[in-house]
Ligand binder design. Structure first.
Ligand code: PLP
Length: 423
């Protein structure tokens, strides 16, 4: 079935007389006839639910839809995108291990890796998404356990050469993890290009209405953990906290990664999506294919308009002919990239600040990927602690505006942008 059909029908197929909409199973716990029945669940010998800190039926139905959309074979929801990326990495890399990551990633993920996970003893080497094959190969160490990147980076809008990063990861016997938040599976399916694990902040386009925080991890089910058993003892040797189960043996390539992340990380951290949030996310997913097309059409029209505007000094948008990432976007994102554009105001920082003040339709918000257009001046908000030199070095110059184009009528957005630029 096509992706549009999967957006609506994936994951959940109601039987005769059953609810059309995914039922919200708002229950922390589940009842059993005997303790033996429940014991089998605890030993992962039978499938079923016992406590919503680990797994909940509503969340699983929605995760199954996202797995279908991405072409993966197992998935789990998490309470946020941050949790999805933390779990995806921590599931295979712990103290003493090392990960190669693109340096062009979401600021929250960079901090998670470079500060918080560093405190847990996981070391990261950050490489440019545009590094040479030699530079990429040189980043690997004997204790490297994964490679991480974003399909389209937030907010830099760099496009990852997924095939090349997947090959480098596989040549070194480790999986590639790709955060596919910005394009969503409607515009790119990283698994088709060699990614092994795909993560999402579902808070963005998947929810799409600035309503519900969440994340998701999808496993392609292709990485052969047992072939690299010495690198992945957590998957390939017995887990004493689960009566000696060896995940990669018992659940195979298809089930090992998500089962371990559920049984160990979700059990111990409890960063679960709530059933209510999963239900809201599913409403967003039902229109994802329609909304992504409109986000991209609007953004394309606005990017082209901005590129021709005398008050705009530069525009960055992967769908814009002449953009640094245009060719790569044509390969990986032929049907559209995302709705986020960044651009510079002629006249620098002061002009950008005046532009922001003059907007009447676009909201000023840190959020992106919302039905409502929102706009951010990083230098005076998210990055305000940085000096002009630091801002330039971080690729967030003072003249830069980040625009997340929503689903309003493009003509209204363009009129709003024009009056603000001309002010
Ligand atoms: C927002 C975002 C995250 C973090 O997700 P939250 O849901 O805010 O925790 C991770 N990766 C990318 C690419 C994002 O845009």
């Amino acid at each position: 079935m096509g992706l549009g059909t999967t957006c609506i029908r994936g994951g959940y197929a109601p039987g005769n007389g059953e609810p059309r909409q995914v039922p919200i199973i708002q229950s922390t716990t589940f009842r059993y006839e005997t303790s033996e029945d429940m014991g089998k669940l605890f030993d992962l010998e039978a499938e079923g639910y016992f406590y919503s800190r680990l797994q909940n039926p509503t969340c699983d139905l929605v995760a199954a839809k996202i797995a279908e959309l991405e072409g993966g074979c197992a998935a789990m929801l998490t309470s946020s995108g941050q949790t999805a990326n933390f779990f995806a990495v921590f599931n295979i890399a712990c103290v003493g291990d090392h990960v190669v990551a693109s340096n062009s990633i979401y600021g929250g993920t960079y901090n998670l890796f470079a500060v918080t996970m560093a405190k847990m003893g996981v070391e990261f080497t950050f490489v440019s998404p545009d590094c040479t094959d030699e530079e990429l190969a040189a980043a690997f160490r004997p204790n490297t356990k994964a490679v991480f990147g974003e399909t389209i980076a937030n907010p830099a809008l760099t496009v990852l050469d997924i095939e090349r990063f997947a090959k480098a990861a596989h040549d070194h016997g480790v999986p590639l993890i790709v955060d596919n938040t910005f394009p969503t599976p409607i515009n790119c399916r990283p698994i088709e290009w060699g990614a092994d694990i795909v993560t999402h902040s579902t808070t963005k386009y998947m929810d799409g209405h600035a309503a519900t925080l969440g994340g998701c991890i999808v496993d392609a089910g292709r990485f052969d953990w047992m072939a690299h058993a010495e690198k992945f003892p957590g998957l390939c040797t017995p887990d004493e906290s689960y009566h000696g189960i060896t995940y990669a043996e018992r659940f195979g390539r298809e089930g090992a990664f998500i089962t371990k992340a559920t049984a160990q990380l979700m059990r111990d951290f409890g960063a679960m999506a709530s059933p209510q949030s999963a239900f809201m996310l599913n409403l967003g997913l039902e229109s994802l294919h329609v909304r992504m097309r409109r986000h991209c059409e609007n953004a394309q029209a606005i990017a082209e308009h901005l590129a021709a505007h005398p008050q705009v000094s530069w525009v960055s948008y992967p769908g814009l002919a002449g953009d640094k990432y245009y060719e790569r976007a044509q390969k990986y994102l032929p049907n559209g990239s995302c709705g986020v554009i960044s651009f510079g105001c002629t006249g620098g920082r002061a002009a950008a600040e005046r532009f922001m003040k003059s907007l009447k339709v676009a909201h000023i918000a840190t959020h992106v990927a919302d039905a409502a257009t929102c706009c951010l001046h990083p230098a005076s908000s998210t990055h305000r602690q940085m000096s002009e030199e630091e801002l330039a070095a971080a690729g967030v110059p003072g003249d830069m505006v980040r625009l997340s184009v929503g689903l309003e009528d493009a003509a209204d957005l363009i009129a709003d942008i024009d009056q603000a630029l001309n002010s």
